[in-house]
Design a protein. Sequence first.
Length: 120
Amino acid sequence: MIRVGSIVIRVDDLERQTAFWSAALGYVRRESEYESDDFVLLRPPDGVGPNVSLDRVRSTLQIPPRIHLDLYAEDQAAEVERLKALGATEVHWDKRPPDADYVILADPEGNRFCVIDITR
């Protein structure tokens, strides 16, 4: 049996993205003798759930992305505002239904993710 161990996000500014995703998810940086100047692994503090790895590799941002994160929230509006205060931006999409249970955001480098209202 296999499971998702880590979701890897390609980034340009490793420290800025580490700060954003650590604060956004409440994840902590895993210190390791294998840590390098171009890769950081963030993990849930309790060890439950997948890691998020940040890999400094120059790449072209694809819009729409081929894959993105869905982050579940009980208080979607508060989480969207908190993430925007951390540096995320809201992405407006003409095809988003008016009653959608998600808000599309982008991290400081434009990597898109959704905040899903799980109370609906």
